[in-house]
Write a protein of this length. Structure first.
Lengths: 153, 712
């Protein structure tokens, strides 16, 4: 079945079954592999993208419910790693293996749009992405730093 | 054998192998090289197996260790670049192909292997020798061009400089002439005060690609004409495929075929999601299995019985422990049990295979490229030379990707499909078909002297073999860290009882220490409390002969303000251990209120010798410590009727962000050769945590995970 979806500012036509999760449409139909599969049950957040600006776990969102929402993936967050969250991540050297980091960054970016100056508690309650390498404290530090960079931008 | 002796022993073989251009055995090609993503210009000149220099002044360093988040793609080139006197901004990093020129000098039999925190630890001096040899060749090439003696030249920032007048020749212009010279036998190495890059917290290579999503993991590989496979393996270990009905599955759009295997079934489709969806529609039954009927309760009972009642193999017996314990009226004893653990890397297992005629190419993340190549060759019954293994970064591994089960599976499916195939394990398959950290039981019995210090200790562990029995000897992969227990106890007796179970086991971050340090650091704490001593003072008195361990203990005690008053309901726990030639200590502060545990703070101290990249050392200690923390808090793989019960992150939990304690890490300044770092932070965390719970509540946790206990 054909669906026209808006991804990173462009309209895309894909021919997939209606129950195909957005994650697999992004990865396999559009070739945008920065968004990761890890659990498939919305438990870990590696597949986080923005749907109309909201951090969304794409592994459990069937394409038939996406409609005309604006989807943003890590590839569309910035074209040159200039987003404050990406800048803060580089400055603090957050990633270890890196696999969960697209999801972490997308969750962090969505949080800062909604709450430009989140407290530690607000960060921990909102960015609930898992990281097996244990980068949690640097993720927190990275979000605080990104908030500063965003405020001065 | 000491670390230094290993270097001495292997130095000649290593430099001989590495000194020539890689070739002969070169079968592998790599992907994912270079951070900057720009194309190299001009034909690069091969100086030796580790170093290529281009006329445009870019230098490609070959990294012999596989990256899984532990920072080797940064630290290893950092060592090479420093000794070469190159600038960091001219460096590109490329992964070594399959070639014994890159074998880990720490391996008894030459092999390329990334495990046991052995990369920086064992390559440190050999890499410096390889780079020093290259620098020496560049210097001699310049000296020849200038008509001066080499001693009149020095090197800096990618140039050879003539001392008399400061004239410069760049490495890029010298590379071709240098490559034609014979390497010197023993080019001098820098002294540590001359290090320019070693000791610097350089930013990790690949970070640019890790923040924009462009780093290509195996799961992201796409080949022309590639199909996708989803996999279901028999849930009971050793079981076999009995029957299947594929009719519904074949109706799913994109599905090409169903591939039955001896113990599994796969669906091959144009897309992964199609394959996964169709797999759920295959009516499949498996039968039999070696673990059929087995449960965790039976396993734990079997292990307890082994540790408590059997002699097993006594592998260390100093003094008269047995007699003293038999004669004593005041034996302190207890049994500890730890569970099976899964690796559960964020990137689930994935592998791509492509067969063409007699050749086979495999794209994989592996800790052991040779095991992958040899196993695939054996499976296909072709010479290893016909196998090409492309290695790439791993989204975590922690010991999981040491075998070759995933590569063989991908090859088998690709062979059946007649096309290149990418197989992705679902998270459920990944957790249910692991090589688990073994469940282990340990029984200890001890007596104290008049001052309350241990006089005799008998410690006996029971577990399932990591491999076939080895001539009646205790398997070092399960007892290794017990025999080198650092506490001074006059009479000790250590034993190992080997049980047989069909649950696959393997190495998990810190291997034997992941359980043995929990046993030893818990029981020492028990004895300290029994004797009425402070657990820190008790350790201090017993580890005088291991000054580097004592130093990290003192450091962590100072930074945690050990001994100062804490609020009601709070407690501090301490633990320390040597680990892979490094030394680590933690103090954990917890509170328990109405049965609810909060981990407030973890202070770490580490002595890893020379810290090649201090910030990566901090990342690794903290990351490994967090893995130790959530494993101790939450993780247990349980077996029901021969199959693993847990399936995903809802029942095999990682740390949630709100569980994250405040963390501080302190590095001891040291001029010793580097020790390991990737696994060092894991083993002593669990006992530091349970010792803290004891301090807060008086409750001694002898079985993990902690979530299985009522803490009120």
């Amino acid at each position: 079945m054909e669906f026209t979806i808006k991804v990173n500012g462009a309209s895309q036509v894909v021919d997939v079954d209606p129950d195909t999760p957005l994650l697999w449409v992004i990865r396999e139909e559009l070739g945008l592999t920065g968004t990761k599969y890890s659990c498939g049950i919305a438990a870990c957040g590696a597949c986080t993208v923005h749907v109309d600006g909201e951090a969304t776990r794409s592994c459990v969102l069937p394409i038939e419910f996406v409609g005309q929402s604006e989807i943003t993936t890590i590839e569309g967050l910035s074209s040159d790693r200039s987003h404050p969250v990406q800048q803060a991540w580089l400055e603090i050297d957050v990633p270890q293996c890196g696999y969960c980091q697209s999801g972490q960054i997308m969750a962090a970016a969505a949080l800062l749009e909604e709450n430009p100056n989140p407290s530690d508690e607000e960060i921990k309650e909102t960015v609930t992405n898992l990281c097996r390498c244990g980068t949690y404290n640097r993720v927190l530090k990275g979000i605080k730093r990104a908030a500063e960079l965003k405020a001065t931008a | 054998m000491t670390q230094q002796q290993i270097f001495e022993l292997d130095r000649r073989t290593f430099t001989k192998l590495a000194g020539g251009a890689a070739g002969g055995l070169m079968l592998g090609v790599t992907f994912g090289c270079s951070d900057q993503g720009q194309k190299l210009q001009g034909p690069p000149v091969t100086i030796n197996a580790y170093i290529r220099i281009s006329p445009d002044e870019t230098i490609t360093l070959i990294n012999p260790a596989e990256e899984m988040g532990q920072g080797v793609r940064t630290a290893m080139p950092q060592i090479l670049a420093d000794e070469l006197d190159a600038r960091w901004d001219q460096i590109f990093v490329e992964q070594a192909p399959l070639d014994l020129a890159y074998a880990n000098p720490g391996m008894a039999r030459p092999a390329q292997r990334t495990s046991g925190s052995m990369s920086v630890r064992y390559y440190f001096t050999p890499l410096r020798q390889v780079a020093a040899a290259a620098r020496d060749m560049l210097v001699r090439a310049a000296a020849e061009q200038w008509g001066v003696v080499a001693a009149e030249c020095e090197t800096k920032d990618g140039f050879v400089i003539r001392a008399s007048d400061g004239a410069k020749l760049s490495y890029g212009t010298l590379a071709d002439a240098a490559s034609k010279l014979e390497p010197s036998d023993n080019p001098p190495l820098k002294s540590p005060d001359q290090f320019t890059l070693i000791g610097q917290s350089l930013k990790s290579v690949d970070q640019l690609k890790k923040v924009d999503g462009s780093l290509e993991f195996t799961i992201d590989i796409d080949l022309p004409g590639m199909l996708h496979a989803a996999l279901a393996i028999t849930p009971v270990f050793g079981g076999q495929l009995a029957s299947y009905d594929e009719s519904e599955a074949l109706k799913v759009k994109g599905v090409r075929q169903i591939v039955p295997m001896k113990d599994a079934i796969a669906v091959v489709a144009e897309r992964y999601w199609q394959a996964k969806k169709a797999l759920d529609l295959v009516q499949v039954t498996f039968e039999g299995g070696d673990s059929l009927g087995l449960s965790t309760e039976a396993i734990y009972a079997d292990l307890r019985e082994g540790a408590e009642q059997e002699e097993g193999i006594t592998f260390r017996d100093d003094g008269n422990s047995k007699e003293l314990l038999q004669a004593s009226q005041q034996v302190i004893e207890g049994t500890y049990v730890v569970p099976y653990l899964a690796h559960a890397s964020m990137e689930p297992l994935a592998c791509v295979a492509k067969l063409e005629g007699e050749t086979c190419e495999v794209w994989t993340g592996t800790q052991s490229i040779q095991a992958a190549a040899r196993s695939v060759a054996r499976f296909l019954d072709v010479p290893t030379e016909q196998i090409t293994i492309h290695t790439g970064p791993m989204g975590g591994s922690f010991g999981r990707r040491l075998g070759a089960d995933l590569e063989i599976r991908a090859v088998e499916i690709a062979q059946a499909a007649g096309a290149p195939v990418k197989v992705i394990w679902s998270r459920e398959e990944d957790i249910r078909h692991d090589y688990y950290r073994p469940a282990v039981a340990a029984h200890f019995a001890a007596t104290l002297d008049e001052q309350g210090f241990p006089e005799a200790l008998d410690l006996r562990i029971a577990t399932y073999a990591m491999g076939p029995p080895r001539g009646g000897r205790a398997d070092s992969r399960v007892v290794g860290s017990m025999s080198d227990m650092v506490y001074h106890i006059p009479h000790v007796r250590f034993g190992y009882v080997q049980r047989e179970q069909p649950i696959p086991v393997g190495s998990w971050r810190s291997v034997a220490r992941s359980h043995n340090t929990f046993f030893s650091e818990s029981l020492i704490d028990e004895l300290a409390h029994k004797a009425g001593h402070d657990p820190l003072d008790y350790r201090r008195a017993l580890i005088k002969e291991t000054p580097r361990l004592l130093a990290v203990l003192e450091l962590v005690a100072e930074k945690s303000e050990w001994g100062t008053a804490l609020p009601e309901g709070h407690g501090r726990g301490i633990a320390a251990t040597p680990c892979f030639d490094s030394f680590v200590a933690h103090v954990v502060e917890v509170s328990v209120f109405k049965g609810e545990l909060t981990v407030h703070k973890v202070i770490n101290a580490v002595d890893c010798g020379i810290a090649v990249n201090p910030d990566i050392v901090v990342q690794q200690i903290e990351g490994a410590m967090i893995q130790g923390l959530y494993a101790a808090l939450h993780n247990e793989i349980t077996i029901e009727n021969g199959a693993v019960v847990e399936s995903n992150f809802h029942d095999y939990q990682m740390l949630m962000p709100w569980e994250m304690p405040e963390v501080e890490t302190h590095i001891v300044q040291s001029g010793e050769l580097p020790g390991g770092i990737g696994e060092v932070g894991t083993p002593a965390l669990a006992p530091a945590l349970t010792n803290a719970i004891y301090a807060a509540t008086g409750l001694r946790i002898r079985t993990l995970p902690i979530s299985g206990h009522e803490l009120s």
